[in-house]
Design a protein around this ligand. Structure first.
Ligand code: NAP
Length: 243
């Protein structure tokens, strides 16, 4: 199950109505039916590719007549690991737009509406990868770092307007496309519990420890080389990088 679906189920248990956004209409419709049936809530579906230019207008149209009290900005794409010089630039460009522009645009739109009502919450789903430079997924880790920094800065700005903003930075989490890591249930539960109390959160003791070590006990260069060497050992076809 994708993280967004778990968010939908956990929020639905509170009796809150939902607007769910993704590309696959059939999947959205099935999820909406399940949620309506189990929790007697209203669910609207928006089937769009969030990379299309007019994504914001389409979401706004679907939200007409309702206030969004919680935005969970989670839609994700595979991190497209590989040698930068061998990857098509379109792939890099799409990733950058998706993780930076789309997230900021959503936050800008909904934080203004929430600030006008002096209430609301935003959860930006970033990644543990945003805590340092990771070779072979350079723009993924850099754009997740952008998300972390911009989200934390916005947390401060929005606090006095009654809007909570949290950056959730998960490590590997079992979802539709990833078969290893933490279960998504506790990851989502931690985010919902932490919104309004924290600026950002990393689920899982092992992930927290790795970040602490990376931040305080290693230089950025060591962090970079440790990751680079680890990944190039796992992917022998890729460059080993500098010795
Ligand atoms: N899973 C992990 O190990 C992990 C680790 C760190 C961070 N994260 C972050 O967690 C977030 C969620 O990832 P996930 O692992 O739950 O991924 P996932 O299982 O693949 O789910 C991604 C969701 O986003 C939707 N989506 C993807 N591209 C879209 C697009 N262009 N337009 C609209 N919707 C789109 C997908 O639905 P459709 O395909 O129907 O559009 C799906 O519901 C991402 O931001 C990711 O970077 C995940």
């Amino acid at each position: 199950m994708a993280t967004g679906e778990i968010v939908a189920y956990q929020v639905a248990t509170l009796g809150v109505n939902l607007v769910i956004v993704a590309r696959r209409q059939e999947k959205l419709a099935k999820l909406a039916r399940d949620l309506q049936h189990q929790y007697a809530i209203e669910v609207r579906t928006v089937s769009i590719d969030i990379n299309q230019q007019n994504f914001m207008e389409l979401i706004e149209q679907a939200c007409q007549g309702i206030n969004i009290d919680l935005l969970v900005s989670n839609a994700g794409q595979p991190s497209h690991m590989g040698l930068f010089i061998e990857r098509p630039f379109e792939e890099v460009e799409t990733m950058l737009r998706f993780i930076t522009f789309v997230q900021v645009k959503l936050a800008h739109n909904y934080s203004r509406l929430m600030a006008a009502r002096q209430s609301g919450g935003i959860i930006m789903v970033g990644s543990y990868a945003g805590y340092g430079p990771i070779p072979y997924m350079a723009e993924y880790s850099a754009s997740k770092a952008f998300q972390l920094m911009s989200g934390e800065a916005l947390h401060f700005e929005l606090e006095s307007s009654g809007v909570d903003l949290l950056v959730l930075s998960p490590g590997a989490t079992k979802t539709e496309r990833i078969s290893f890591g933490m279960d998504a249930g506790p990851v989502v539960a931690l985010a919902l519990k932490s919104n309004g109390k924290r600026t950002s959160v990393v689920p899982g003791f092992k992930n927290q420890l790795t970040i602490l070590i990376g931040r305080y006990l290693k230089s950025r260069r060591k962090y970079l080389y440790d990751y680079g060497r680890l990944i190039s050992r796992m992917m022998p076809g890729w460059s080993q990088g500098p010795k």
